[in-house]
Design a protein around this ligand. Structure first.
Ligand code: SF4
Ligand code: SF4
Length: 170
């Protein structure tokens, strides 16, 4: 090894000087990788169907009796992006309070899942929905009409949360 000043250089042998073995090694890696299963997806022709661990846009759980949310406001308080706005109203139904207004600003949401984790009613969960297109800022603020999703469509996520013991407030 020659050391001149601060620079170091290594004496190369014949094969190293012509680079051929390294080129062959590189090609072998490329060919090996080309034979591996493809990781790319021809979206949107091939639809992505994630499992319950996926965190898509947050939504509200809708049961037969109505929404689960009792408008406690915890999700709104914990949201680091200040994306959730809840206004409570009173009702005669099974639960005394319900969200008169519930909005999530999807331009702010960072899909952290804190709202889901903190909810005492298992009323807000991360769905599988990952297809969001907005033409203006107003459209990105989702109200109850877009947030309330029937529980049957959210069962995978609810099962996943129970299995991983996210919910321990029972
Ligand atoms: S979604 Fe859950 S945490 Fe948020 S206001 Fe409703 S009950 Fe409270
Ligand atoms: S996922 Fe995170 S950022 Fe999005 S609304 Fe819930 S708490 Fe807020």
């Amino acid at each position: 090894m020659n050391i001149k000043g601060n620079t170091q250089s290594k004496r190369l042998n014949f094969w190293e000087k012509i680079y051929l073995p390294e080129v062959v090694k590189g090609l072998a890696i490329t060919i090996k990788q080309a034979a591996q299963p493809k990781m790319t997806r021809q979206y949107p022709e091939e639809v992505f169907e994630p499992d319950g661990s996926y965190r898509g846009r947050p939504v509200l759980v809708l049961e037969e009796e109505g929404e689960r949310c009792v408008a406690c406001g915890l999700c709104s308080r914990v949201c680091p992006a200040l994306a959730i706005e809840v206004r409570a109203g009173e009702t005669e139904r099974r639960k005394e309070r319900f969200p008169e207004l519930f909005e999530i600003n999807m331009l702010r949401c960072i899909f952290c899942g804190f709202c889901e984790e903190v909810c005492p009613e298992e009323a807000i969960v991360m769905s599988k929905d990952n297809e969001m297109v907005f033409e203006d800022r107003e459209e990105a603020i989702l109200g109850k009409d877009k947030l309330l999703i029937p529980i049957a469509q959210l069962q995978d996520r609810l099962d996943f949360l129970r299995e991983k013991q996210y919910y321990n407030h029972n």
